[in-house]
Design a binder for this molecule. Structure first.
Ligand SMILES: *[C@@H]1O[C@H](CO)[C@@H](O)[C@H](O)[C@H]1NC(C)=O
Ligand SMILES: *[C@@H]1O[C@H](CO)[C@@H](O)[C@H](O)[C@H]1NC(C)=O
Ligand SMILES: *[C@@H]1O[C@H](CO)[C@@H](O)[C@H](O)[C@H]1NC(C)=O
Ligand SMILES: *[C@@H]1O[C@H](CO)[C@@H](O)[C@H](O)[C@H]1NC(C)=O
Ligand SMILES: *[C@@H]1O[C@H](CO)[C@@H](O)[C@H](O)[C@H]1NC(C)=O
Length: 343
C-alpha cells in the first residue's frame, strides 16, 4: 500500500474511532426560573423534566436563595453571583452548557454569560420573555402577602439605593423619560448592557458574542413586560414613550455595546414571536424553539469550535503521524479541520 493511501486509511479509522469514543458530548442545560417561582414548583419541575425527556440531555434547575422570596427581594447582581458559584460547582457543566432563562431568569442568565469569571462556557442561550432592554413599568404583583412589600417599595424612589438593594425588578426598570437617573442609580441593567459611557467593559461583549446561538422569544400578548418587544431587545427611544424601536435601531445594537450585532451578523440569533401572554409556554413552543437548541449537535463542529479539544486532537494526530512516518510538518492543520467541519 502506498504511503498516502495508508495514511488516508489510518486517518479515516481515526475519525471514525473519534466519533464512537465521544458520542456522549451532548451538553447539559440549566433552567433559570422567573420571578415568584421556584425550582420546586410543579410548573418549573415539569418544564425542566419535559425538556430533559425531549432533548435527551440532563437539565438542572438552579435555585437562588429560597426561590420565590429571594427572586423578588435579592438584588440581581447578588442573584447572578450565586448562580455563578452554583454553575461552577456542578461538575457536569464543566464542558459547557445550554441555558434556558425565563423572564427575570433570562437576565440572570445573561449575567452568567457576561459576568461569571471562571464559569463554564454557555453554548446556546434560549431566552423566554426576558426584559433585555429594560421595562418601563413594574410587573404586576398580584394579591399575595409578598405584594404588600413590593408595592410599598415601588412607592419609594425606584433608582434610590434602598429600592435598588431590595427589589430585584428595579434593577432592570428603565424609564425612558428619566435616563439620567437610570444610568446613575440603576444597579444592574446599565452594566449588563454596557450602557454607561467610559464604563463599558469589552470583556462582557467578548463573552456574550462568543455564544453559539441566541434564541429570543417574545410573547405576542405579553402585558407584564412593557414594552413586550424588550424580549427581543426592542425598546423606547431615550426621552419618549411614543414608539418602540426594533432591536436593530437601538444604540445598543448599532454601536454593538454587548455584541448583539456581531451575533446577528454571524447568523446566530433567532428573533421569535409566539402567541400567548407572558410565559404562556405551550408544548409546541418548547418543541419548536427550545428542544432543538438543547439536543446534540454535530460532533465535528463542536470539536472544531472548542479549541482545547481541537488542539488536543491535533497534537494527538500529529504525534501519531510522527510516530508512524516521522513527518510532523505534514500533520493535520487548520485547513484540514475546516474541510472536515464543512462536510
Ligand atoms: C418521556 O416521555 C414519554 C412520553 O411522553 C414517556 O413515555 C417516557 O417514559 C418519558 N421518558 C422519561 C425518561 O421520562
Ligand atoms: C471587566 O470585566 C472583567 C470580568 O468581570 C474584569 O475582570 C475586569 O476587571 C473588568 N474591567 C474593567 C475595566 O472594569
Ligand atoms: C394578541 O395580540 C395580537 C396583536 O399583537 C392581537 O391581534 C390579538 O387580538 C391578541 N390576542 C389576544 C387574545 O389578546
Ligand atoms: C432591522 O431588521 C429588519 C428585519 O430584519 C429589517 O427589515 C430592517 O431593514 C433592519 N433595519 C436596520 C436599520 O438595519
Ligand atoms: C407577531 O406575529 C404575529 C403573527 O404571527 C403578527 O400578527 C404580529 O404583528 C407579530 N408581532 C410583532 C411585534 O412582530
Amino acid at each position: 500500500m502506498a504511503g498516502h493511501e495508508l495514511s488516508a486509511t489510518i486517518f479515516m479509522l481515526f475519525v471514525f474511532t473519534f466519533f464512537f469514543i465521544l458520542p456522549s458530548i451532548s451538553l447539559p442545560f440549566v433552567v433559570l426560573h422567573g420571578i415568584s417561582d421556584s425550582c420546586s414548583k410543579t410548573k418549573v419541575k415539569r418544564f425542566t423534566k419535559l425538556l430533559t425527556n425531549w432533548s435527551g440531555c440532563q437539565g438542572y434547575c438552579i435555585e437562588i436563595g429560597d426561590g420565590a422570596w429571594d427572586s423578588w427581594f435579592m438584588p440581581l447582581m447578588k442573584q447572578t453571583e450565586i448562580a455563578c458559584e452554583k454553575v461552577k460547582k456542578i461538575d457536569e457543566l464543566i464542558d459547557g452548557y445550554n441555558l434556558v432563562g425565563l423572564s427575570q431568569g433570562a437576565m440572570i442568565g445573561r449575567g452568567l454569560i457576561e459576568f461569571c469569571d471562571g464559569g463554564p462556557q454557555v453554548n446556546n442561550f434560549i431566552s423566554l420573555a426576558g426584559p433585555h432592554a429594560g421595562i418601563a413599568s413594574v410587573p404586576l404583583c398580584g394579591s399575595e402577602v409578598v405584594c404588600i412589600l413590593v408595592d410599598y417599595l415601588i412607592e419609594l424612589e425606584v433608582y434610590g439605593a434602598y429600592v435598588q438593594e431590595h427589589l430585584a425588578p428595579s434593577n432592570y426598570i428603565k424609564i425612558p423619560t428619566d435616563i439620567k437617573s437610570y444610568l446613575k442609580g440603576c444597579k444592574f441593567l446599565p452594566q449588563l448592557n454596557n450602557e454607561i459611557k467610559n464604563r463599558k467593559n469589552s470583556t462582557y461583549k467578548e463573552r456574550f458574542s462568543s455564544i453559539e446561538k441566541l434564541v429570543l422569544i417574545m410573547f405576542e400578548n405579553d402585558t407584564v413586560l412593557v414594552p413586550k418587544e424588550t424580549s427581543l431587545f426592542g425598546y423606547y427611544p431615550d426621552g419618549s414613550f411614543d414608539t418602540v424601536l426594533p432591536a436593530n435601531e437601538t444604540l445598543l445594537y448599532t454601536e454593538d455595546w454587548i455584541g448583539l450585532k456581531t451575533l446577528v451578523e454571524a447568523g446566530k440569533v433567532e428573533f421569535i414571536n409566539v402567541t400567548g401572554g407572558h410565559l404562556e409556554i405551550t408544548e409546541s413552543i418548547m418543541k419548536e424553539y427550545i428542544v432543538p437548541y438543547l439536543e446534540d449537535e454535530d460532533l465535528m463542529q463542536i470539536i472544531v469550535r472548542r479549541s482545547s479539544i481541537y488542539r488536543w486532537f491535533l497534537r494527538l494526530w500529529n504525534s501519531f503521524m510522527e510516530l508512524l512516518f516521522g513527518f510532523p510538518e505534514d500533520g493535520l492543520n487548520d485547513n484540514t479541520m475546516k474541510l472536515l467541519s464543512t462536510e
